[in-house]
Design a protein around this ligand. Structure first.
Ligand code: FPP
Length: 259
């Protein structure tokens, strides 16, 4: 296992956490007269290169929206095909990602996935648990609102009193409790919305949208996004020229309240 510590001359301008909504696989396939699943396959083949590029640029956390709780309503053939594709991907790519020093994480309802996929995910998490170059969280059977509902259920089940409930406590019950909030959210394919992705965690995230379809997203597109981010003035509800860094990121993963 290689674990290098990437250095970056303008590290305060490189987002610590990038989250990507990988959209447009279906349209990419349709443009070629191919079945949608071939678009998903092309999209999956893109992932390792983008992870490598993120490591080189000093991004420490990457979260990928692979399958939402709403995606179950797609045609059965597409859902089954996607699940197989993701399972095969984990089997094939875990050794490569491990060599790259990637720590694999999952967010979402793992119990709603097939037993065999659960096993593959748990194995990938276990094999890569000590890696430090980047944490890649795969949002699979994930819904932002569902995650908040689950957090509330667990808070109630733990007999937490209303006085104890604050932003930090809620965040500590979310599936993202071990990762910082995203600094930058990228969505491909020209759609300008979050679609139930990290709805709590993106309160102060910078958003960047591109018409590029996910299978065509490459290092150049990533650099465009990072360049746009580096020019943003993040104020976190304040009025002055706050440095481009989440003030909460070194102490806790919670944003400061609006003033
Ligand atoms: C959205 O494109 C994409 C998805 C719902 C699936 C994303 C999955 C992958 C990139 C491949 C597998 C992932 C992993 C982690 C191995 P769309 O189908 O909505 O495209 P469209 O909007 O053009 O129809």
């Amino acid at each position: 296992m290689e674990n290098s510590n990437p250095s970056n001359s303008s590290s305060n301008k490189v987002p610590t956490h990038v989250a990507i909504i990988m959209d447009g696989n279906g349209r990419w396939a349709k443009q070629r007269g191919w079945p949608r699943l071939l678009g998903h396959r092309a999209g999956s083949q893109n992932i390792r290169g983008i992870i490598g590029a993120c490591i080189e640029r000093g991004v420490r956390f990457l979260t990928l929206y692979a399958f939402s709780t709403e995606n179950w309503s797609r045609p059965k053939l597409e859902v089954v095909g996607l699940m197989h594709l993701i399972g095969d991907y984990i089997d094939r790519e875990t050794p490569n990602l491990h060599k790259m020093g990637v720590k694999i994480n999952h967010i979402g309802d793992i119990d709603g996935l097939s037993k065999s996929l659960q096993k593959k995910i748990r194995n990938a998490i276990n094999v890569t648990r000590d890696n430090i170059n980047i944490t890649v969280s795969v949002a699979l059977n994930y819904g932002g609102r569902q995650d908040i509902v689950q957090a509330v259920r667990n808070i109630v089940a733990n007999d937490v009193t209303s006085e104890q409930v604050n932003e930090k406590l809620v965040a500590d019950y979310l599936g993202t409790r071990n990762i910082p909030e995203p600094d930058l959210v990228i969505r491909t394919s020209g759609e300008n919305r979050l679609s139930n992705f990290l709805v709590w965690e993106t309160a102060y995230s910078e958003l960047w949208f591109t018409p590029v379809l996910w299978p065509d997203f490459n290092q150049k597109t990533l650099d465009e996004a990072l360049l746009a981010y580096s020019g943003r003035n993040r104020r976190f509800g304040l009025v002055s020229n706050t440095p481009n860094q989440n003030p909460a990121s070194n102490t806790s993963f919670i944003s400061q309240p609006e003033t």
